[in-house]
Design a protein around this ligand. Structure first.
Ligand code: TYD
Ligand code: MG
Length: 458
């Protein structure tokens, strides 16, 4: 048999090239082309919607999307209030983080009112039954929850046509394969094809579709980026597998706000929603007033979606024994660390060029907002001087390149949450100074980094 013809497909944009190149000729990214089998492209690109006449926007009636709750409040929160019929949700996360567990729980909760189907290509029906047992699902739920262990797309679609479920889970999109393509399951072409055909089905039938996706070593969803474009909502399941807490974050959401956070705890009997997570990411000595203060730790208030969270930022500054000192950050933006160190040197005269600097957000949480800047710098200075920060201190604020401290959005809510948890001093940008005093909270409002550091000496 003649050898199948190879083409090279970009894992980012899905573009193809007849020969390998270091740079994708379509999206200009480097090292993204992977070998794949050339497919004769089937005619499958019909429009999703019927062709419609041109009309002014004013003539179009705005329809409120109907939603239904998934049964898990924290999951609904990230979805923007619940599932939308015909919506396609992609849930990504590291292996073993709890994706299958979460969706089995969601399906079990939904099975009481709706027809649901769980398609698994990863585990056998027996393994899923075992998990259901572990979750303690009732006999009635088990009866209503339909399961199919299948990896062939055509057969899945056939089942969907017959059963017409109102919610379907595909665990996972990387295990499915379409017969019309020769390449292996998980390849760019297969993932794209399977996702596109399932999405088409969801849009036509009004069935809500939840796809589980694997993530690569770099932490992005495996398969082409186009997958993220096809779906309506992209959720990431994150957290430290060593701790029991799990976070779900919306990365893209056509039906709600992004950056809303769902918090769960993994227990013996599945995932349990944590409705009041604000103190979850504090270490023992991070909580206000308790424990012995240690140097290099600063508590900040971050605002994730609609809820403020208190997170401890830790820093370790140690003499470097190599010409290029190390800069490492876990849970915080790496590039920002280098920038903050430069600001610290230039505007506060504190140099770290001969020091290794490590920073970490406690509890496996990831903070992307710049309001973490001030806490990061305070933790660094505290570690460098080996001097604990004042007891009961919280801080937040963005640090600009000119050394100015910029306000963070929704400062009031952050301060109130800190006061509620017993923090007594807040080092914050002047613009965030509350109009009315908050009981039990002393405010140190600052405009510049130097002023913030002066407060520590006093
Ligand atoms: P799983 O849902 O299989 O993860 P994923 O589908 O993301 O790969 O499961 C996760 C882990 O959770 C597994 O290591 C066992 C643990 N677990 C519990 O701690 N409690 C439970 O009730 C269940 C069902 C799983
Ligand atoms: Mg799984």
């Amino acid at each position: 048999m003649a050898r199948a013809k190879s083409i090279y497909v970009c894992t980012e944009c899905g573009g193809s090239s007849p020969k390998w190149q270091g740079q994708c000729p379509h999206c200009q990214r480097w090292n993204t082309l992977v070998e794949s089998v050339a497919e004769s492209s089937p005619a499958r690109y019909q429009a999703l919607a019927k062709s419609a006449p041109v009309q002014p926007l004013a003539a179009v009636q705005a329809l409120e999307v109907p939603r239904f709750g998934s049964g898990l409040d924290e999951f609904d929160r990230v979805l923007g209030g619940g599932l939308v019929p015909g919506a396609v949700v992609l849930l990504g996360g590291d292996p073993g983080i709890g994706k299958s567990t979460l969706l089995l729980q969601v399906m079990a909760a939904l099975a009481q009112q709706r027809t649901v189907l769980y398609v698994s290509g990863e585990e056998s029906a027996g393994q899923i039954a075992l998990r259901a047992q572990r979750l303690g699902l009732s006999a009635a739920t088990l009866q209503a929850l339909h399961l199919q262990a299948e990896i062939q797309l055509e057969r899945v679609l056939e089942t969907l046509e017959q059963q017409r479920p109102s919610v379907v889970v595909i665990d996972s999109i990387q295990t499915l394969y379409a017969e019309i393509l020769n390449s292996a399951p998980g390849s760019v072409a297969q993932v794209r094809e399977c996702a596109a055909r399932l999405t088409r089905y969801a849009k036509e039938s009004g069935c809500a579709l939840i796809l589980i996706g694997h993530v690569t070593k770099e932490g992005t969803l495996a398969g082409p980026r186009v997958l993220e474009h096809i779906v309506d909502t992209v959720l990431y399941f994150e957290g430290d597998t060593h701790s029991s807490f799990r976070l779900i974050r919306a990365n893209k959401n056509r039906f709600g706000a992004v950056n809303e956070l769902g918090v769960f705890a993994m227990t013996e009997r599945g995932l349990r929603g944590v409705s009041n997570p604000s103190a979850l990411f504090l270490s023992q000595h991070g909580t206000a007033g308790q424990g012995k203060p240690v140097s290099g730790a600063c508590v900040m208030v971050t605002q994730e979606g609609s809820r403020p969270l208190l997170v401890e930022v830790q820093a370790l500054v140690d003499t470097a024994h190599v010409p290029n000192p190390r800069r490492l950050s876990v849970g915080l933006e790496h590039n920002r660390l280098a920038m903050l160190l430069a600001v610290l040197h230039r505007h506060a005269g504190i140099a770290c060029y001969d020091q290794d600097v490590f920073v970490n957000a406690v509890g496996g949480v990831r903070i992307s907002e710049p309001a973490a800047d001030l806490a990061v710098l305070l933790a660094i200075v505290s570690s460098l001087r080996n001097q604990p920060l004042p007891r009961g201190l919280v801080a937040f604020g963005e640090v600009g390149l000119a050394g100015e401290i910029r306000p963070a959005p929704r400062g009031q809510e952050r301060l109130k949450e800190a006061a509620k948890l017993g923090f007594s001093v807040a080092l914050i940008p002047s613009a965030n100074r509350p109009k009315q005093a908050i009981e039990g909270l002393e405010i140190w409002a600052v405009d510049r980094l130097e002023q913030a550091l002066d407060h520590l000496r006093g």
